[in-house]
Write a protein of this length. Structure first.
Length: 247
């Protein structure tokens, strides 16, 4: 009887609240998925990529190849990886998670991040999301990076330390700023609180965010974690902005 009641409830729910595509709201067979049309508009990042920044190459130069940019100006983090290019459907998903109160997107997005960053996860001890400033957190009521990081920690068994890194400077929105303006905007914006250094000291940290744009925010957050005693910092994001990429 209990099983019959459960099946009946699911059937009623399916009629009243049909499963829809995460992007376009078309009906899909399984909750938390994309329809075939939207799926085909996602551009997953795969080899060949820069071994350090994760930036995709147009040509295969062999395993372990590092981009000229990373050689000329090595980042503070050890490695960065992203699941998809930040365009089209991916950009839409990020915006809905970030500004549209669509936190149910986070588990789905995090699963693809885990595929892209499997090698990073294997070598890290703790997940730390890029934090929001308290004022912005109060306005938004949640941190999209923390939503992604929580799922990653839950699925991998890694420790989750959302309070290990704080944003102590109320920065401007990065959207619309040049690369140099972004660096200046986030300079000194992050700090590991002395009472939370134990969470990262001597540990390999997986720093999680939604988008890798110019890397200014990631770089500032990484340096703060290293000052707090982290051994290494790897970066995992859902999407990566690639200039001049045509959707």
């Amino acid at each position: 009887m209990r099983e019959l009641t459960h099946k009946t409830s699911r059937a009623v729910a399916a009629v009243l609240f049909p499963d829809t595509c995460l992007a376009c709201r078309m009906h899909v067979a399984e909750r938390g998925t994309l329809c075939p049309k939207c799926w085909n508009r996602l551009h997953f990042i795969a080899e060949p990529i820069c071994a350090v920044t994760g930036f995709p190459f147009q040509h295969d130069f062999g395993n372990g190849m590092v981009s000229a940019e990373a050689l000329a100006d090595p980042p503070a983090y050890r490695r960065a990886r992203a699941a998809v290019l930040h365009s089209g459907i991916a950009r839409q998903l990020v915006q809905r998670l970030k500004y549209g109160d669509r936190t149910e997107l986070a588990p789905w997005m995090a699963r693809w991040m885990l595929r892209a960053g499997s090698e990073l996860v294997e070598e890290c001890d703790v997940v730390v999301p890029v934090p929001l400033h308290p004022r912005r957190f109060l306005a938004r009521r949640y941190n999209q990076a923390a939503e992604l990081g929580r799922t990653i920690a839950t699925r991998t068994g890694l420790a989750f330390e959302p309070g290990a890194l704080r944003r102590v400077k109320p920065t401007r929105q990065q959207v619309g700023l040049t690369a140099n303006e972004r660096k200046l905007n986030v300079r000194g914006a992050f700090r590991v609180p002395p009472e939370r250094e134990i969470a990262v000291a001597g540990r390999d940290v997986l720093l999680v965010d939604d988008v890798f744009t110019t890397g200014a925010t990631i770089e500032a957050a990484t340096k703060a974690l290293l000052r707090g005693g982290a051994s290494h910092v790897d970066v995992l994001t859902f999407s990566h902005v690639v200039p001049h990429f045509a959707d």
